[in-house]
Each structure stands twice: as C-alpha cells, then as structure tokens.
Design a protein around this ligand. Structure first.
Ligand SMILES: Cc1cc2nc3c(=O)[nH]c(=O)nc-3n(C[C@H](O)[C@H](O)[C@H](O)COP(=O)(O)O)c2cc1C
Length: 180
C-alpha cells in the first residue's frame, strides 16, 4: 500500500534566535523532505495568555489559526528546551489553548527535548501528551542533553548517536501516522 504524503506541524518550544530546538526541527524537515511535509509553526510567542473565561467563539484569530493548523496536520513534532525544570511558559500556554478541544486526541506526536539537561521537561511533556490522548510512546520521543555540542551552526545534527536517535524517533512517528 502506498501511503499519502503526510503533513506535519512542527512546534519549537524555544523563541530564542539561533535556537537549538528550532535547528533540530529544520534538520528533521531537511532529512525527511522526500517523505513528509514539515510546516514550522512560529507563532507561540504571539499567542495571548490562556484565559478560561474567554469562550471558544470569542478567542483571538491567532488561537483559531493555531488550532486549525494542528487539526489539519497528520502529526505534530514538538521540540523544546527545559526552563527551570519545566517546559517553557510559552509552549505550556499554547498547549493550554487546545485543552477545551479534541484536536490533539489520537494525533501522532514526536517529542524531542533538547536542553542542557532536560529530563524533567521531557517527562512532563510526555505526561501532558498522554493526558491529551496523543499517540506517543517511548519510541517516538528522544531527549538530547547538551545540544550545543551536537548541532553545528548551519543546523546539522553532527553527533552520530544523536542523529541515529532522532531518526529512530521520527521513523516511529511516521509509522504511527501511516497506521492512522
Ligand atoms: C530561563 C531559562 C531557564 C533554563 N532552565 C533550564 C533547566 O531547568 N534545565 C535545563 O536543562 N536547561 C535550562 N536552561 C538552558 C536551556 O536548556 C538551553 O539554553 C537550551 O539550549 C535552550 O534551547 P534553545 O537553544 O532551543 O533556545 C534554561 C535556559 C533559560 C533561558
């Protein structure tokens, strides 16, 4: 059976210029350009603060667009650093805007944490993804500690072990999408 080309939304949890996490997303997009279409979502810093008092029909256009992009994707890649032993506030805020919807439900996800250490954020995001019923398991996630040494300035993953681990996670993620 020939599978249709999958549309993947990639979300970097870092808003930093020259971010390692953004570089990893771009590297994945390049490595898999013959297999999947990766759209990089760059709006997390522009989303308003989540407020449960705002009814769904009154949310800002940026939130509507964000939800639509997730809904229309076949799968989502989240690549994030750890900030003070947690995921960055802007990423958490973006996720909170999806909680009243079912757009993440049964959506395949690849989860990459690239951070100095990153262990806590990696586990936390895994728990969040499971709670939102996303399709994620230990095969579709990878923790990259000290990413600065593993990615060069042009955004290539130069560390062989890291490259192998990232490919293994993305391959499993693509398999998930093809099974849907
Ligand atoms: C506010 C702040 C808090 C941080 N806290 C942690 C932390 O708790 N654990 C960790 O592993 N790294 C922490 N770091 C370091 C980041 O993981 C590191 O800078 C990472 O490369 C950022 O990802 P980026 O290159 O994609 O922006 C922190 C960085 C910032 C700016």
């Amino acid at each position: 059976m020939i599978n249709k080309r999958k549309k993947v939304l990639a979300i970097s949890g870092s808003t930093r210029i020259n971010s390692n996490n953004e570089a990893i997303v771009k590297a994945i997009s390049e490595i898999y350009k013959d297999k999947i279409d990766v759209i990089i979502y760059d709006g997390i810093a522009k989303l308003p603060h989540f407020n449960p008092n705002i009814e769904d029909n009154k949310v800002e256009q940026s939130v509507i667009d964000f939800r639509k992009q997730i809904d229309e994707s076949d799968g989502v890649i989240i690549c994030t650093p750890e900030y003070v032993f947690s995921i960055p506030g802007s990423l958490k805020n973006a996720i909170e805007w999806t909680v009243s919807t079912v757009i993440f439900s049964e959506k395949p996800v690849a989860l990459i944490t690239a951070s100095t250490s990153g262990e806590k954020a990696h586990e936390e995001l895994y728990l969040i993804m499971k709670t939102l019923s996303m399709k994620v398991n230990n095969d579709t996630r990878v923790l990259i500690s000290s990413p600065k040494k593993k990615i060069d300035r042009s955004g290539k993953i130069i560390d062989k072990k890291t490259l192998t681990e990232v490919k293994k996670a993305v391959d499993s993620f693509i398999k998930f999408m093809n099974e849907m």
